[in-house]
Write a protein that binds this ligand. Sequence first.
Ligand code: SF4
Length: 251
Amino acid sequence: MNPMDIPTLHKALAKQAGDQFPRQKRSPIEQAIFTVLAEGDSSRRALAFMHQAMKVFVDWNELRVSLTQEVQALMEAQGIGDARARAVRLKKLLTAIIDEYNVLSLDHLLALKPGETKRAFTKLEKLAGPLVVESVAQYALEHPAFAPLDNVARVLRRLEVAGERVTDHQLGVFLSKHFDSREAINAFCELVADHGDRVCHAAEPECASCEFQSRCPGAKKIREERERRKEKEKEAAARKAAAKVGAKKKG
Ligand code: SF4
């Protein structure tokens, strides 16, 4: 099976997304908010919430000081999972940022060159966690050294576009050879992430409804793994039934 090449994959993903999922350049704080919302959920739902939030609240500060239940209800209306915990986390993050920088903004990061960000990133990581830092660096600051985020790497590994066992770094280098700017890589990565959110989930990918199934080496492995799992479950059920019969006979 020949893995898909990048231009073919890119074209197919762009067609899938249509104009429902345009690439939007976000400010660093918007990217941090987006990451909190999309982590373990869906980019589309995260974007829908952000869009809705800016209709309901005057700005992110008004959301920060509003009731958790209000934010939670808005998240639930967009189908975002773990809404209560996520609303608490989002409000806490915004408060931590304003406490630390005296302003609800991370725009100071834009002035830093890739080599100058270590201290600022260490501070932000304490407030927001490593994923937010990676995401802000990659998508909002467009720093060149960052590898694709987990959900992107997962889909590209399953499709084996750059081989099955490539490291995140190698995948990042591979992508940089196929696109002429960081922005173009990011736009592609967001389409891949969207596919990961909708179809190619981490735990249970929906290969049967994926248009790449016939060209995806990962799909075959996932199918085989599922068959092995089923076989083991059958064996375990048979052992359990046999043990029950044995116990009855003894009794
Ligand atoms: S076929 Fe399955 S593993 Fe491959 S990209 Fe689609 S959902 Fe992911």
